[in-house]
Design a protein around this ligand. Structure first.
Ligand SMILES: *Cc1c(COP(=O)(O)O)cnc(C)c1O
Length: 400
């Protein structure tokens, strides 16, 4: 144990603190009322286009089923996720809205997808697999053809598009599938000044026109992600795919969620697990990469990289009792340390709520900046070790 000054009050024990609910020390509080508000806000921006709520990666770490259900209640009419396995879980949970999955391998359970009425995105090779699966399922597949308009990931190249349309047309005539959508994905819509979004939209219009010329009667044409929802009304088409904005976060570097009327849905909180006085020069954490500059108090927060806190988030902010403190030293697997300064009320601080981000605390982007990443990654990486607590608008007004 480190040196303890005699002038300072004794560190109180846990027994002096009120009883807490289980897992009170680490929680991601998910406000579903905010999810609903975000859907309503986006509806105003995109109507009459439909909203697909993108709930891949367990709803960007918020809980796919709860968020998907809330989004549908608030007016979204579609759900979207990357993998068929993710989509099947939504069906198992009783979510029966139109649902699209767009990232596959040869092992993807296409037959299960068709049987569960899950729409399947096809970029090329999947077409034959889906046709065979439809035959086995004795049910036509619902297919959205994907064109790569510039992102360089999935999707048919414009050069291969004609051939893909031809093959899809044959399968449709055989009754094995219905081509219900054409879609693409944008690369730089979060940087509105760049010219490539215009180029992608031009390429998309051409691909859609070719599909219509090939005789497909498309239900939905879709390309817009959150950045395009917020900055490119000309990209909304029949439907938008709302990911980040559903969770109340902003995709733009210098614009807050609030400037778009969006409300962050995740609040990540913990409790101070220890407070102790240390002398100047005290090393902190593995590698001793931080040394105190004065006699001070260190606070211990029981969250670490196993909880999804990025290990590299040096100096990230947390809020305790309304004051901002900084992460000091290396973040460990289970815990990190903040320097509380020399003037603290130990008794008040021990057990106090620590807000890592969300209402009453720092923004997700402050953690992203500290970790050299983006807000998408910060919320998505919060691990299953952190209990999710679903609430309905209980923060924002009360401030907890
Ligand atoms: C993840 C994803 C989205 C959602 O993007 P946001 O920027 O989070 O809105 C939309 N479409 C596809 C294909 C995606 O993979």
């Amino acid at each position: 144990m480190s040196a303890q000054s005699n002038e300072q009050p004794e560190t109180p024990t846990r027994d002096q603190k009120p009883a807490m609910t289980p897992n009170w020390e680490r929680r991601a509080i998910i406000d579903l009322a905010n999810v609903r508000e975000n859907v309503k806000r986006v509806s105003e921006l995109v109507a009459p286009a439909k909203i697909m709520a993108v709930v891949k990666a367990d709803g960007y770490g918020h809980g796919a089923v709860a968020v998907g259900r809330a989004a549908l209640q608030a007016g979204a009419t579609w759900l979207g996720c990357a993998h068929v396995t993710e989509a099947l879980k939504l069906r198992e949970a009783g979510l029966n809205a139109p649902l699209l999955a767009w990232l596959h391998t040869e092992g993807t359970p296409f037959e299960d997808a068709i049987a569960a009425n899950i729409d399947i995105a096809v970029s090329g090779w999947e077409l034959d697999y889906v046709a065979r699966a439809a035959e086995a399922a004795a049910q036509p597949a619902r297919v959205h053809l994907k064109i790569d308009t510039g992102l360089g990931r999935n999707g048919s190249t414009p050069a291969d598009w004609d051939a893909l349309l031809g093959r899809a047309s044959s399968y449709q005539e055989e009754g094995l599938m219905r081509i219900v959508g054409v879609f693409s994905h944008l690369a730089v819509a979060d940087e509105p000044e760049r010219p490539e979004t215009d180029e992608q939209l031009t390429a998309f219009n051409e691909a859609v026109a070719l599909a219509e010329d090939a005789g497909f009667d498309l239900e939905v044409r879709h390309i817009a992600n959150t950045p395009a929802i917020l900055s490119r009304p000309d990209a909304h088409y029949d439907m938008v795919r709302l990911g980040l904005g559903l969770y109340g976060l902003s995709p733009f570097e210098n614009e807050s969620p609030e400037s778009f009327g969006l409300r962050p849905a995740m609040r990540l909180v913990s409790r101070v697990a220890n407070v102790k006085r240390v002398p100047a020069g005290q090393g902190v954490g593995y590698g001793l990469r931080y040394h105190t500059t004065e006699d001070t108090y260190l606070g211990l927060v029981p969250m670490g990289y196993a909880d999804g806190i990025p290990r590299g988030a040096n100096n990230a902010p947390v809020s305790i009792n309304g004051k901002i403190y900084r992460v000091r030293g290396s973040i460990a697997m289970d815990q990190f340390v903040v320097d509380l300064g020399p003037d603290v009320d130990v008794e008040e601080l021990l057990g106090s709520e620590v807000v890592l981000f969300g209402d009453g605390g720092p923004q997700v982007t402050e953690w992203a900046d500290a970790a050299g990443t983006i807000n998408y990654e910060i919320v998505t990486r919060i691990s299953p070790r952190v209990p999710r607590q679903l609430v309905e608008g209980t923060w924002g007004e009360s401030g907890e």
